[in-house]
Design a protein around this ligand. Structure first.
Ligand code: BES
Ligand code: MN
Ligand code: MN
Length: 480
């Protein structure tokens, strides 16, 4: 391909969105096939047994960036999984967009609950996806979503409608806490310098109700170990006289919530920002049907902090959940045993202005204090992350809003997401850049669950919307 002349190409962009759309339409099948191919690579970051596949996925991502026309494409080694980088400079005068995404996926288990194998993608119709959805681990989180950016980039470049400089940074450790990304960002501040970070790794409210994510919860993830007697004991000979660490752990966990389902860790709410009545009212205007919500999840009732709606409970309130609990005998049949040890993994979702480091200390202190003298407790911390709020009055947000409004025919609603992307707060601190969280998944796409899927409508809508973001962003930045 003829090299683009930097200065002139930026000035001379002749946007013809119809032409771009027809390029997208005539390449639809290939865009799908390429994604399906990537979904066949089991890039599970948490399990070392998949290390080769993770690397293969990094290589495939790099190859796609190269083929789409990116320059300086490279796989950067880290102490963990590699980071894929690529860029395209169109003009020093144009704003620079840093696209962040992750090519790693969650473990697929429990395998027996999948209707089709997790790494053999199939397209099937569902109620919410009448045009079909791709079923595979990573289809929505985040392969299908980061790949939309690669395809949109290809389309913009091929049709000479790329109005911003682009940098891609696709990592392989998001699902395990992005352990090595901060170091990479700190060591490559210049290389990663940008005006905005663009991320598709979140959800919209519904396919006819677009939304932009304006908040992410932070995370504090702990593990506890309760030890009673120095060995497993006969539960008849000793039961009733010696503390059973599982019983004790259950008591301790039960005491972490009060009857209003508030978290009882001392000091937990100290730094929680109060959200104005106006904002609460606005967020509750988003379409939400409690009956359908419950029915889809197979529950007869909901449970959460008193005084808050479901949207508020997942968007603006912090929570505490046990993710796993184990100990004692769990094999076939019955074994009468008073176990020596009990364990649990406990995570807390945080909201502004809670600090994961501080909450870690609060939890540790609280949990150690809770323990009766009959047991010993060990508390340790896993990865964490800071909560995020995104301002809605920025040029970045306005460009994303206008892009979605153009392609959906409806202005997107600002919505706080309940999940976490820990590195977003780090981008703010290290790269001094705000993020736009323009995801296209649905909360019901079963990310991290069996039968994860991503709608074809969502995939193509994303590819169609992204070029509008670039265009509006370039135009708005120029005017400023
Ligand atoms: N893409 C998700 C986060 C997400 C999903 C945010 C939907 C908003 C809506 C991301 O891949 C994820 O799963 N994050 C983890 C945190 C990480 C440290 C493992 C999470 O939220 O549990
Ligand atoms: Mn994700
Ligand atoms: Mn995830």
């Amino acid at each position: 391909m003829r090299a683009l002349k930097p200065m002139s190409s930026f000035a001379l962009i002749n946007y013809n969105m119809k032409e771009l759309k027809s390029y997208l339409d005539s390449n639809k099948q290939r865009f799908l096939d390429e994604l399906l191919e990537l979904l066949r690579i089991p890039s599970v970051s948490a399990d070392p047994a998949y290390n080769k596949d993770v690397r293969r996925m990094a290589e495939a991502t790099a190859a796609h960036l190269r083929k789409a026309g990116a320059d300086a494409v490279e796989i950067y080694e880290t102490d963990g999984h590699p980071i894929v980088y690529g860029e395209k400079n169109v003009s020093p005068k144009a704003p620079t967009v840093l696209v962040y995404g992750h090519y790693d996926v969650q473990p697929p288990d429990p395998l027996n609950l999948w209707d089709s194998p997790p790494f053999e993608p199939v397209v099937k119709k569902t109620k919410l996806h009448p045009n079909g959805a791709i079923f595979a681990r990573g289809s929505c989180d985040d392969k299908g979503q980061f790949f939309m950016h690669v395809k949109a980039f290809e389309a913009m470049l091929k049709n000479k409608m790329l109005g911003c400089n682009v940098k891609f940074m696709i990592e392989g450790e998001e699902e395990v806490g992005s352990k090595n990304l901060e170091k990479f960002c700190k060591e490559n501040r210049k290389k990663l310098a940008c005006d905005v970070v663009l991320i598709s790794d979140t959800s919209i409210i519904a396919n006819n109700t677009p939304s932009l994510t304006v908040g992410l919860r932070g995370l504090c993830y702990m593990e506890v170990e309760v030890t009673g007697p120095n060995k497993d004991l006969h539960s008849g000979v000793y039961g009733g006289a010696v503390a059973n660490p599982i019983n004790v752990l259950c008591d301790m966990i039960a005491s972490l919530h009060d009857e209003k389902k508030r978290v009882m860790v001392a000091g937990f709410y100290d730094d929680v920002q109060k959200v104005s009545g106006k904002e609460r009212k606005l967020m509750n205007e988003a379409p939400y049907n409690e009956k359908t919500y419950m029915k889809d999840l197979g529950v007869a009732d909901l449970m959460g902090e008193k005084g808050y709606t479901t949207i508020e409970r997942t968007g603006i309130r912090p929570t505490l959940d046990v993710n796993g609990i184990w100990g004692g005998y769990t094999g076939e049949g019955a074994k009468t045993v008073l176990p020596s040890k009990a364990h649990a993994k406990i995570s807390m979702r945080l909201v502004p202005d809670q600090d994961p480091k501080k909450v870690e200390r609060l939890f540790q202190k609280h949990f150690e204090k809770l323990a009766p003298r009959s047991v010993k407790v060990r508390v340790s911390a896993h990865h964490g992350g800071y909560p995020v709020v995104v301002p809605t009055d920025s040029v970045e947000y306005k460009a994303a809003e206008k892009a979605m409004e153009t392609t959906f025919g409806k202005k997107p609603l600002p919505q706080r997401g309940g999940g976490s992307i820990p590195i977003v707060a780090m981008f703010d601190q290290v790269l001094k850049a705000k993020s736009v969280l323009m995801g296209f998944g649905l909360d019901s796409d079963d990310i991290h669950s069996p039968n994860e899927h991503y709608g074809l409508f969502n995939y193509y809508k994303g590819i169609e919307t992204i070029p509008y973001f670039y265009r509006y962003y370039a135009e708005m930045k120029k005017k400023k």
